[in-house]
Design a protein around this ligand. Structure first.
Ligand code: ADP
Ligand code: MG
Length: 386
């Protein structure tokens, strides 16, 4: 089995920072193409190029010094990745797979249309009139989404009625990193909760699934996960893990695939969207699983055998720390550190209100205790309590 030694990562956010941490024990070399010298990962990685990931020359020069290209985000233009792959570079995940995480319209067409996998009712809408027609057909409210470029709830609108249908078209960009943006209209799923499953797949087709997580999004941002999802029927959990592996195999994903899901009140699960990189809902795995999502992403893209994704403890809760009123999180370690079972990851970012600046994780066999401790610590770090 040939494996790759030098991994190039595009994007210098916290995901790249945590990938770097995982690379050390594997002795893989990481090169980073970062947006600036002070972004989260650029503060720790020692081989950093600062440049614009939408500039073909910048990315081509960066690619010259690496064995494999992978990502911290999905915003690199698909057409640029296709050219690099055609020129012989290992792009993992490759653009033919990655496009389903970049473009929600294509993702719906492939998963719901071609593969017949469960999804909300949906349609690409050319204009406000088409969105209105969809609402009249399937009922209000609707969800409208930009097909490309969205994240953390940016580019997602809840449309309560016909009078709000202009809004997404007025606000949406026509292009994102040179690719056309469309508006996808979707049935509003009145979900009981959101779930996610993360799978890792290597270029030899080996594929493993993490336990299914329950995830909580507020204002479009993931704020909490609990793994395994409490109360989820084991047969349903196994079915969701199989769904994740099937999507990874059908799309030819190499690396991690996160499948965001919505659980309807009758227990049926529909796919929301895909990500092909480490995912916020997998952060629990750093200490909560035998092999973290970050290590498995690196193993997968390097062509190595995958690590065991099993949980180490019965329950694990991850709570995101969003920027609040405290301006120096490390100074607060003396306080949160009193809970010796609490694990902290700070991202080295400047604090801005609502910005993801870190996360905390707790583990144990008492669900209420595990969730309570994570919530209390995150609230304290956000300046909301204590
Ligand atoms: N069809 C839908 N019905 C109900 N809620 C939805 C729907 N689609 C998205 N959402 C809500 O909006 C959040 C963000 O949407 P998503 O497509 O995942 O965008 P992003 O790329 O910002 O993560 C979801 O996590 C979910 O809470
Ligand atoms: Mg999402």
């Amino acid at each position: 089995m040939n494996s790759a030694h030098t991994i190039g990562i595009i994007g210098g956010g916290q995901l790249a920072r945590m990938l770097y941490e995982a690379s050390i024990g594997l002795d893989l070399e990481i090169k980073l193409l970062a947006e600036g010298p002070e972004v989260s990962a650029a503060r720790v990685v020692h081989e950093v190029t600062v440049g614009d990931y939408t500039d073909p020359q910048v990315v081509t020069d960066f690619a010259a010094g690496i064995d494999v290209l992978t990502f911290d985000h999905e915003h690199v233009p698909t057409s640029l990745l296709t050219k690099l792959e055609a020129a012989g570079l290992s792009v993992r995940p490759g653009p033919a797979a990655l496009v389903h995480a970049q473009d929600k319209a294509l993702m719906r067409a492939r998963l719901a249309g071609e593969l017949g996998l469960p999804a909300p009712r949906w349609r690409v809408c050319r204009d406000a009139e088409a969105l209105r027609a969809l609402g009249e057909e399937i009922g209000w409210p609707l969800i409208a989404k930009e097909s490309r470029g969205g994240y953390d709830g940016h580019g997602v609108w809840k449309i309560e009625g016909a009078e709000q249908c202009e809004e997404p078209f007025a606000q949406s960009l026509e292009e994102s990193a040179g690719e056309k943006v469309e508006i996808v209209g979707e049935e509003f799923v009145d979900f009981a909760r959101e779930l996610s499953v993360i799978v890792a797949r290597n270029p030899h087709g080996e594929c493993v699934s993490y336990p299914v997580s329950e995830t909580v999004q507020e204002h479009g941002i993931c704020v909490e996960t609990t793994t395994p999802a409490p109360g989820l029927d084991p047969a349903r959990a196994a079915q969701i893990q199989r769904l994740g592996r099937r999507i990874a195999a059908e799309l030819g994903v190499v690396g991690l695939l996160a499948v965001e899901l919505m659980e309807r009140r009758d227990g049926e699960v529909v796919v929301n969207e895909l990500a092909m990189r480490p995912h916020n809902t997998g952060h629990w795995s750093i200490d909560g699983a035998v092999t973290s999502q970050f290590e498995n992403h690196l193993r997968a893209v390097a062509g190595l055998p995958l690590g065991d994704p099993s949980a180490r403890q019965p329950w694990c809760t991850m709570r995101n720390v969003l920027g609040g009123s405290r301006d120096d999180l490390t100074a607060e370690l003396a306080t949160v550190g009193r809970d010796g079972g609490l694990k902290v990851q700070f991202y080295g970012k400047s604090i801005r209100p609502g910005r993801k600046v870190g996360h905390v994780t707790t583990y144990g066999d008492d669900l209420a205790d595990v969730q309570g401790r994570a919530r209390a610590a995150a609230a304290y770090l956000m300046g909301l309590a204590g």
